[in-house]
Unconditional design. Structure first.
Length: 258
């Protein structure tokens, strides 16, 4: 397994910027994102109709591109986590993480023994169909796989220090819409209660050496997040970026109409 440059940058205290894919299940999407400068792509299975077979194709679109493929699975379930890793995902994002025990379950599903209980299959997609000694493959997979726990409920915020303390979790990623819903203030991202929750997550990350993550919907908002201490950002998602660019172009052309 090649070095995961996103995980390396975060471990060194750096910043990584990528994007998310919800809609465009095309054979070029990974390379397109990489050419635009994305260091990673998170392919979403939680809020899309993407099947496991589609996810296999999407992960492969990053093959040969300087872009780390990751998958947001629908739930904290072994068969989701281990399966996308076997397909070649180099990181996993798990939604609705609310306890240290749940975080440990993620690590157990993603890591090979003795660290976890991930089932062993080699000479398949995740190790590029190669032969050879499996011991260094196990060590590399355990070392290079990036694990992201989403904090997006009031319960998750209450337990964030304990979650951040779990060895093997690399990133705590705020799901802002779900978190605001859980707090009873839907979409009110400037509300003091939301801001206090965000600050608590960032503080727990600093205390335990984790990287805080967020999805930035625009450049100004992304810069503000970086100033706040977030170190891994997804700049939007495919459908919204396309729609915004198309809208801007069409409105510009209409505005120039004689």
């Amino acid at each position: 397994m090649m070095q995961n440059r996103v995980k390396t940058k975060l471990a060194d205290g750096g910043i990584s910027i990528g994007t998310m894919v919800f809609e465009f299940a095309t054979t070029g999407i990974g390379r397109i994102a990489a050419e635009a400068g994305a260091e990673f792509v998170v392919f979403d299975m939680e809020h899309t109709g993407f099947s496991v077979e589609t996810m296999r194709m999407l992960i492969a679109t990053c093959g040969g591109a300087d872009c780390v493929p990751m998958v947001r699975v629908p739930a904290t379930e072994y068969h989701f986590i281990a399966r996308v890793l076997d397909m070649g995902a180099r990181g996993v994002m798990v939604p609705m993480v609310e306890s240290a025990e749940q975080a440990r379950q993620i690590v157990q599903a993603a890591k090979y023994p003795p660290v976890g209980r991930r089932g062993a299959a080699f000479g398949i997609a995740h190790d590029d169909y190669s032969g050879g000694d499996i011991v260094p493959k196990i060590e590399a997979a355990n070392r290079e796989t990036l694990l992201i726990a989403q904090i997006e409920t009031a319960e998750g915020v209450r337990n964030v220090a304990e979650i951040a303390a779990v060895s093997g979790i690399d990133v705590l990623w705020i799901g802002h819409f779900d978190l605001s819903n859980s707090l009873g203030i839907p979409g009110q991202f400037t509300h003091p209660q939301f801001q206090q929750s965000v600050a608590k997550v960032v503080a727990a990350c600093r205390q335990h050496g984790k990287a805080p993550g967020f999805m930035a919907s625009d450049v100004a908002g992304g810069k503000a997040l970086l100033e706040q201490g977030f170190r891994i950002l997804a700049y939007g998602g495919d459908l919204w970026l396309y729609q915004a660019a198309l809208r801007a172009g069409i409105e510009g052309l209409k505005g120039n109409k004689p």
